[in-house]
Write a protein that binds this ligand. Structure first.
Ligand code: AMP
Ligand code: GLY
Length: 412
């Protein structure tokens, strides 16, 4: 099949590679322009993408990131011969609006943190709740904010400060105030057609910029899969309290969702709670899940789109541990320098590299061009050996201001 993958991250590179391995003709529209299957085109120019897809007889588009879907890429191609793997714009509220997503969870009995939604900013009322809860709360800006619209506090003063920050940043925003939950966070990805769902094995990403989960929220600094602490019993509870009620909610509310659906879950003493939905695959979780996946992804996507997912077997994964480590530019997620030459000793490298924030100069030299520059990815039967192997690989890739966390796979 001829397939276009749209997006410039390591996630999209991982999707493209899996589909190439399955003998598809794949074009990765990403502006990086470093591989022969990369197409140098803006990812948000739907008319250009359409022209290109018509010329290349593309049958399927995979939109990597949520902004493309929220901006209506699925609707743009509806009625054409080109199918988009992802939900129509009207269903993108599941990620695009925290308030609408929480209201959907509540209506459908999905286990999630208690909350109050403010469709109109009401500072006095919000402050009253902050006081009642001793500041042990989470404030969430309603719209898409690339991880920067969620502020967590553990005491009254911190909560007031966070409120002030959101108020000024988003100008009296619509927001949610939520009870703060404590536990290990995991990600469960899936494909669904709104009626049936097939889930991926659990994975974990490391969202904070520094070791021991300190620092600032990032797009993700590393990922591992599978997770030994997610036992069959835990998974069963997640299905009962989160996944099945979601699909029942889709059916009840006639939500004809199709595409990837990501459940961001926190495992608390009171059981699993749903923190968020994402309407696409996770980054960097995809970089570990797709190499682990034994099931044919092309078939899975086709079956989701043609309505035969109910007859599909459960998705299978190999027996190995898989890990991705992000090499970033020092300073990320705030200010960082780019245009640093990347030197890699491929002969010594016992890992895969998935490039993300990179570009080539006029002499074909590879340069840094973003915060998250690349992912080092590998697998092993033994987790300790895997961690050692991945960190050893960092010694053979170099660029000025190279930065990575040192504890991926070793803490939760
Ligand atoms: P969200 O985009 O809603 O998933 O929030 C981003 C991150 O904030 C999550 O991955 C959690 O680490 C954290 N978070 C969100 N909601 C809560 C909550 N109710 N309690 C504790 N942490 C939370
Ligand atoms: N890894 C978290 C996300 O993709 O949103």
């Amino acid at each position: 099949m001829n397939i276009a993958v749209v997006g410039k991250g390591a996630r999209e590179e991982a999707i493209a590679r899996k589909l190439i391995n399955e003998n598809n003709k794949v074009y990765l529209i990403n502006e990086n322009n470093i591989k022969n299957y990369h197409i140098n085109m803006k990812t948000n120019e739907f008319s250009e993408i359409k022209k290109f897809c018509n010329e290349q007889n593309i049958e399927l588009i995979i939109a990597g990131s949520e902004d493309l879907l929220v901006n209506g890429i699925a609707d743009y191609f509806s009625g054409t011969n080109i199918k988009v793997f992802g939900p129509e714009q009207k269903y993108t509220f599941l990620e695009g609006s925290k308030i609408k997503a929480k209201n959907f969870m509540k209506r459908n009995g999905i286990q999630t943190a208690l909350y109050t939604a403010f469709n109109k900013f009401d500072e006095d009322k919000i402050k009253k709740i902050i006081k009642q809860k001793n500041g042990n709360i989470v404030l969430k800006y309603d719209g898409l904010a690339a991880g920067k619209g969620v502020l967590i506090s553990k005491n009254y003063n911190q909560a007031l400060k966070n409120l002030e920050t959101l108020k000024n940043k988003y100008n009296n925003p619509e927001l949610l105030i939520e009870e703060r939950l404590i536990g290990r966070e995991i990600s469960i990805m899936s494909v669904t057609n709104g009626k049936d769902i097939k889930i991926f094995q659990p994975s974990q990403d490391y969202k904070l910029s520094h070791n021991f989960n300190k620092g600032l929220n990032t797009g993700g600094m590393g990922a591992v899969t599978p997770l030994d602490f997610v036992t069959d019993d835990v998974l069963k509870e997640i299905k009962n309290k989160i996944i099945t009620p979601t699909i029942n909610g889709f059916k009840k509310e006639s939500i004809k969702y199709r595409g990837f659906l990501y459940f961001g879950i926190i495992l608390t003493e009171r059981g699993p709670f749903l923190l968020e939905y994402n309407i696409r695959l996770g980054d960097p979780e995809t970089q570990v899940l797709l190499p682990a996946m034994k099931t044919n992804l092309t078939d899975l996507l086709t079956q989701t789109l043609n309505g035969s997912l109910s007859k599909t077997e459960e998705i299978e994964f190999d027996e190995n541990y898989h890990m991705a480590l992000v090499l970033a530019s020092k300073g990320y997620p705030l200010n960082y320098e780019t245009n640093k030459p990347i030197k890699t000793d491929y002969k010594k490298l016992d890992c895969d590299i998935l490039y993300a924030g990179v570009k080539k100069d006029e002499n074909n030299n590879l340069l840094t061009n973003g915060g998250r520059v690349l992912n080092i990815v590998s697998s092993d039967k033994n987790m300790k050996n895997l961690i050692k192997k991945v960190y050893k690989c960092t010694e053979n890739i170099d660029f000025e201001n190279k930065y990575h966390r040192d504890d991926i796979g070793t803490i939760y």
